[in-house]
Design a binder for this molecule. Sequence first.
Ligand code: SAM
Length: 304
Amino acid sequence: MRGDRAKVYLLAGQPVESPRLPAGLHVVATPIGNLRDVTLRALEVLAAADLIACEDTRVTRKLLDHYGITTPLTPYHEHNAAAARPKLLARLAAGESIALASDAGTPLISDPGFKLVRAARDAGHAVTALPGPSAALAALTVAGLPTDRFFFEGFLPVKGGARRARIAELIRIPATLVLFESGPRLARALADLATVLGPRDAAVCRELTKLHEEVRRGDLPALARAYEDGAETRGEIVIVVAPPAEGSDQPEAGEVDALLRRALQRVSMKDAVSEVATLTGQPRREIYQRALALGNETDDGAAK
Ligand code: SAM
């Protein structure tokens, strides 16, 4: 029976009893690698909740086993969320406490949970934050780049053309950029960032808090070269990119190309050239030459 379960967790092998948990949805951040990064409050809530909704029950089970927590788990991920959400809301309505966790880091940050939080709030249930690890903030703190203003982009599109178009939208943002990436896609993402944003300072933050943690600094072209070899980079990665240089009102390297690529998907070459010339103030003849060169490229940016 649910009520009979011991609501304890183990710290240094000693059982610690959790205080009673109020009803509602508790959004719990969990470690991004090192299991010791969990907070005491997270352990209390994970141990005391009636149910834990999490992305992959096997991943969250490892954390629970490490701390001797026996709370039941139920999957809540992008493929079952629409069906699972009404059931979770019904349990909240019945006065239960539910912890929401993701595989790693803070739920809702490039992870499921936004619609559940919104629905829980709309239904008048308490929603409580248990802050803790998040890969984006961890990377910002070690990248050595300005932190006064930052823009969290999350994952870039997988396809080359869409990825470069999205990066072009980031060119003018006067803030440090924070992007999520996976090992296999790192080289292509860095190459496109270098092409569109030019030689800005950046950092590749890999496997933070884990055994093979690594932070590599350099400008984007140098980082793109360092990772281009085809030898797939392993692990989880955050790319941090410095803001544009102050007072740079000329289009940056690649901006014209990126704008052209987007325009060419919508309109004729003549109209695209005219549109981009107006946007950037560059001579029409030069834009036309770039448009011709782009017409000879494959989707991944290589010459045909
Ligand atoms: N919600 C999570 C958070 O707050 O950290 C992020 C989830 S997102 C699906 C996963 C991405 O986060 C990875 O692809 C990687 O970009 C980044 N990430 C997660 N753990 C990391 C780590 N230990 N080191 C570097 N990046 C990490």
